[in-house]
Structure formats: C-alpha cells, structure tokens
Design a protein around this ligand. Structure first.
Ligand code: IMP
Length: 188
C-alpha cells in the first residue's frame, strides 16, 4: 500500500506502562488460580505473541514474589484466520489444531482480542473434542459491542470501544504489530 494512503495509528488508546501493569495483575491472578497445577498457555497466532510473551513472564514474576506458589507452564500455539487484510471479519478457518498432548491438561487460550467471538467459539469447540481437563480464556482486549456469538471469557485485560485497534501484536494488513502500545487506527 503506498505510504500516502496507509492509515496511521495516531492516537494511543492503551499506553505501554498501562498494558504492563495490567498484565502483571493478570499474571498474579492466573498464578493463584492454577497454583500447584500444570498449565498449557495456548497462544493464538499471530496477534497474541507479544501479550503471550509478557503474560508468561508475568506468571513467573508473580511466582518469584510468592515462592510458595508454583505453576508449571507449557507453551503451545494455534493459528486461525478471520481477517483478510481488512477490518471486516471473513470466514474462520482452523489452520493448526492442538494435538494429543492437550488431553487431560489445563489449557488457557491466550488471545489478543475478542471481537465477534467467532474465532474463539471455533477454537473452543475444537479444543473440547481433544478431551482437555479444563479450557479457559485470557484475552488482552475485549470488544463486547461487536459480539455475534456468546463466549465466556475468564480473564480480560481491557475492554475497548467499537473501533479498529492496532499494536502490541495486533495488525492492520500485517502492519503495526511491533508497536509497544495499543493505538486506534485512523485513516488519513
Ligand atoms: P473475532 O472472531 O471477530 O472475535 O475476531 C478475533 C480476531 O480478529 C482477533 O484475534 C484479531 O486477530 C482480529 N481482530 C478483531 N478485531 C480487531 C481489531 O480491532 N484490530 C486488529 N485485529 C482485530
């Protein structure tokens, strides 16, 4: 896309310190909830990667502050598609699924944003067929105004308004994923 027509994320919606503070709180809560258990953090590629990395370290950081608590964390990833280089949802297709070793495990889905809920519903239904012990959901952002299917979310970082947001893993046409904050996407 030529630079002149490329939308620019001009306004910061959630600053870097604000993100990091909330992620530390989530880490503390997750550690308390899964104390002395094994936990598979299931990252949904590609939008959740920065959140995933910081959340996993926040769980460890919380553990350092409360050494009597421990959670054994494993990493797994899935990839789905719901957007085609634009801001409108299209079909959701499961590209990579979980494997046999998710059976009898505690799975925490780590998402960047829940919008219509269709991606999460499809993933959740797929995971249930793999016979896990528990499946919970942690999303950095929740956009409830766009919900089309009901979903249960166990951990929410922030609620965001009905606008397209980018940064901190979230993209527009594969751009802006490496911003350290969440910004509103604005057309020029
Ligand atoms: P859903 O299936 O509509 O809930 O959409 C989930 C996926 O759509 C997210 O994991 C994102 O990849 C993408 N998405 C939804 N809203 C936004 C947004 O505002 N900015 C960037 N990506 C979004």
């Amino acid at each position: 896309m030529p630079a002149a027509t490329k939308p620019l994320p001009e306004s910061v919606l959630i600053s870097e310190p604000c993100l990091q503070k909330r992620i530390r709180e989530l880490g503390t809560q997750i550690l308390a909830d899964y104390e002395n258990q094994e936990l598979i953090l299931l990252g949904v590629l590609r939008g959740s990667v920065l959140f995933f990395a910081d959340l996993s370290r926040a769980i460890f950081g919380a553990q350092l502050e409360k050494p009597s608590r421990e959670v054994q964390v494993r990493f797994e990833f899935v990839q789905l598609t719901s957007y085609n280089n634009n801001t409108q949802p299209s079909a959701v297709e499961l590209i990579h699924g979980g494997s046999d070793y998710l059976e009898h495990q505690n799975i925490l889905i780590v998402e960047d944003i829940i919008d219509t809920g269709q991606t999460l519903k499809l993933l959740y239904e797929h995971l249930r067929t793999l016979n896990p012990k528990t499946v919970k959901v942690c999303t950095l952002l929740d956009k409830p105004s766009k919900r089309r299917v009901p979903v249960t979310i166990d951990y929410i970082g922030f609620e965001v308004p009905d606008a397209f947001v980018v940064g901190y893993g979230l993209d527009y046409a594969q751009q802006y994923r490496n911003l350290p904050y969440i910004a509103l996407l604005e057309s020029t």
